[in-house]
Write a protein that binds this ligand. Sequence first.
Ligand SMILES: [Zn+2]
Length: 426
Amino acid sequence: MNRLRAFLLLTAVALPAAGQSFAITNARIFDGERLIPRGTVVVKDGKIESVGAEVKIPEGVERIDAAGGTLLPGLIDAHTHAFLGGLDRALLFGVTTELDMGTLPAVAAHLREEQSRPGGASGRADLFSAGNLATAPGGHGTQFGLPIPTLSRPEETQAWVDARIAEGSDYIKIVIEDLSAYGKSRPTLSWETVAALVKAAHARGKLAVAHVSTAASARQAIEAGMDGLVHLFTDRAADPGLAKLAAERKAFVIPTLTVLESANGIAAGRTLVEDVRLRGFLVPSEVEHLKTFFPVKTAGGMPVALDTVRQLAAAGVPVLAGSDTPNPGTIHGASLHREMEMLVQAGLTPGQALAAATSATAKAFRLTDRGRIAPGLRADLVLVAGDPLKDITETRSIVRVWKGGVAVNREAGRPPAPAPAPARPR
Ligand SMILES: [Zn+2]
C-alpha cells in the first residue's frame, strides 16, 4: 500500500505542470464542433498552442501518443449546485467546469477568487454561479435552509439584481415554480415580476435563466425574454410552436433529463453504478446517492421530456447538457455522462450531445476561454478510449484529464480498497 502511494505521488510529480509544454499525437479530435479524424494538439503554458491534422511539434516537448483514443474539450455541466462541494469529484470524470444554478454567494465568491489566481484551481472543476436565486417569499428554493433574499414586486427587481451582481453572480436565475406539476403548491413570482427581473438583468448585461417545471411556464419564460431554461417540463406535451418560439427568441434549453427522471420516480443513476468504466471511481456515498430518486411522478413523464428535446433540437434551439447535481440520483461528474446518453436517446446525434456538454454551453454562457479545442483557449482536455461519436457512452472510458494543461491524478480519487483483514497475533 505504501509503495503504491509513493508510486502515485511520483506519478503526480512527473506529470506536466502548468508552464510545461506537451503534445498529444495521433488522436481522433472532437474540437467541440467538428471532428479531426487524426491530429495533434500542442499545449503550452496551460493553453492550446495549436491543433490540427498537420501540426509542427516543437522540439523537446513531451509527446503523448493517443492512438485509438478521442480527445474532447473538458466537459461543462450546465446545471449543478456547489454548496456541498464535489467540484474535485467532477474533475475525475472529465468535468472541468460547472455552472452553478443556485448556491451561497460566499461559497461561489471564494471559489471564483481561487480559480482566478495564476495557475487556477487545478484540483477541481471551475465554477461559475448564479449565487442567490430570485424567488418569492416562501417560494421554491427557500426550503433548503439557505438564507435567500426573496422579492415580490416588479419595483424591487433592479435593486435585487444589482445586489446579486455586487455579490458576484455570473448570471441571474429566476424561479418560476408553484409545484403544480407535482400536485403540490407553493408561492411563486408574479409574471410582472418575472418580466421585470429579465429586463433588470439585461439592463446590466447579464443573462437571465429560468427554473420551470410546466409547459405553460416554459412558454411564458421564453415570451418574457429569458435567455434560457435550466429545466424542461414533464407535466404535459409541449405546445405546438414552442420549439419554433424558442428558436426565434434565440433561447437555449438545459433539459436536465437526469433529474427529470429522478423527479418521475426513476433511479436514473443506477446504470452509472453498474457501468464498469465508472464503478471503480465511485465512493460508497456516491453509489448510494445514485440509487435514490424523488418519490413523485408527473402526468406526462419522461416521454414528454424526450419528445420536447427532439423538437427543440430539430428547430435548431441550443440544447445544453446539465445534470442538476446533487439532487437525488445525481452526482458531480459521472451524472453528466448519463445526461449526454439521454440526450442521444432523445434524438441528438452523439456529436450534438458532445457539443451540448462543451462548445454549445460555452457559447450560450459567453465563456470565451473554454468549450473548444482551439488555439488560445484553456487546455481543458479529456482523452477517452474508443469513439464517443459512434457510442456516446464511450465518454466514460476516460484515459486522462487535463485542466489548464495540468494532468489530473485520477488514481488518487479512487476510493481506497477495503483494508486486508488484520493478521492474527500469534
Ligand atoms: Zn437546480
